[in-house]
Write a protein that binds this ligand. Structure first.
Ligand code: SF4
Ligand code: SF4
Length: 371
């Protein structure tokens, strides 16, 4: 693929969007809406969040005016790119009573639309890799996820503006995008430095006929991303907290956090790696048809641990403990790494400002040496 970087002038971003559309992609990109950065269909580069930055803290998110020459001077919004592959709600199959009186079933696979997402961050790429492991590995790949995933083209943007809640440097997932993209952009004073990370990306980049970036431009861009990582203040004490957490299932910190946690599930909704879901059947009113659908669920709901007439995790202490021990512990057994990519969303969008880095730090400080 090569690592050469090309220079795309800031005012020429639309040429990239046009090239993607000519390849059949619907472009999806970040836009300021209702006080947050959200991903939606992107009509033109002018719709990007030019001149906006995000102020984030536990339980706090505000957009503020910033340098109008920058479209990516923000860290992230409540959505990652997860909804583009793992739909928040979708019908898996439909059933109907046929003319012969027997039930007939028909799968409702996604149409396979080609989507190019602009502005994915390094933490989101790491999360997408984890979701790929969950949905695509093994003998029974999820056909619904696979249909969207194979048609996804990713234009990543290296992060130079981490929020106060970010800790991707601590988890080893950012802020530099190192894999999992088709194109990756550095936003600089000289415009965008663009590199390809796949054959599809190489093809699109070649079609733009851009001049090569100088060594100085590349060095300055990479230094800005490295500096962004050094500005992050939150950390986890280790990238593998499995033994610490499982050795402390009765730690008093679980009671402490349960007294604050609302069991609202916001943290799981915004987390780019959470994959829990529920499935339901809905009969249509004509009595002859039904739909079986899947929707995101949360380990913080009572119904999520309902088994054979019993709610296994009946209180908030057990639910928060389940979430954190699975995310930072059990994932090592399932996927060979932590399920946290340091995006900080669960901290920002928690209505009472619960910060998993602080919860872990308290258990780490008093839970014995298990690193
Ligand atoms: S656990 Fe929190 S910080 Fe980690 S990936 Fe999920 S939302 Fe981001
Ligand atoms: S930790 Fe915060 S966001 Fe998560 S369920 Fe509890 S109150 Fe809601």
């Amino acid at each position: 693929m090569g690592t050469s970087q090309r220079v795309l002038a800031s005012h020429a971003l639309d040429t990239l969007l046009t090239a993607l559309r000519e390849d059949g992609y619907r472009c999806v990109g970040p836009q300021p809406r209702d006080g947050a950065i959200v991903f939606d269909t992107l009509g033109q580069a002018a719709d990007l969040p030019w001149g906006w930055q995000d102020e984030q803290a536990p339980g706090h998110y505000r957009l503020q005016h910033a340098d109008p020459s920058r479209a990516f001077a923000w860290a992230n919004g409540p959505q990652a790119i997860k909804p583009l592959t793992f739909a928040p709600r979708e019908t898996l199959w439909e059933s109907r009573i046929g003319a012969d009186g027997h039930l007939q079933f028909a799968a409702t696979l996604p149409a396979g639309e080609k989507v190019a997402v602009i502005g994915a961050r390094a933490c989101d790429l790491a999360a997408l890799h984890l979701q790929d492991q969950h949905f695509l590995q093994g003998a029974h790949a999820d056909a619904y996820y696979a249909a969207r995933r194979r048609n996804l083209f990713i234009v990543a943007v290296h992060c130079t503006a981490p929020a106060a809640t970010c800790f991707c440097a601590s988890t080893g997932d950012g802020p530099l995008c190192t894999a999992g993209f088709d194109l990756a952009l550095h936003e600089t004073d000289a415009g965008y430095l663009v590199a390809a990370g796949s054959e599809a990306g190489t093809s699109v980049l070649a079609s733009l006929s851009l001049p090569e970036a100088s060594g100085t431009q590349v060095a300055q861009a990479e230094a800005a991303v490295a500096a962004a990582g050094e500005r992050q203040t939150r950390t986890l004490p280790s990238r593998n907290l499995r033994d610490l957490l499982f050795a402390n299932l009765d730690h008093p910190q679980w009671d402490d956090v349960a007294a604050r946690c609302l069991s609202c599930g916001n943290c799981t909704s915004v987390c780019p790696t959470c994959f829990c879901h529920a499935e339901h059947d809905v009969p249509l009113l004509d009595g002859d048809q039904g739909r079986h659908y899947r929707e995101w669920d949360s380990c913080f709901t009572e119904g999520h641990s309902y088994l054979a007439g019993i709610v296994i995790r009946s209180d908030t202490r057990l639910r928060y403990r389940q979430w954190l021990t699975h995310k930072l512990g059990g994932w090592h057994d399932q996927y060979g790494r932590s399920g946290c990519t340091g995006c900080g969303r669960c901290i920002t969008w928690c209505p009472v400002g619960i910060d998993l880095t602080e919860e872990v730090a308290r258990i780490h400080a008093t839970g014995g040496d298990h690193d």
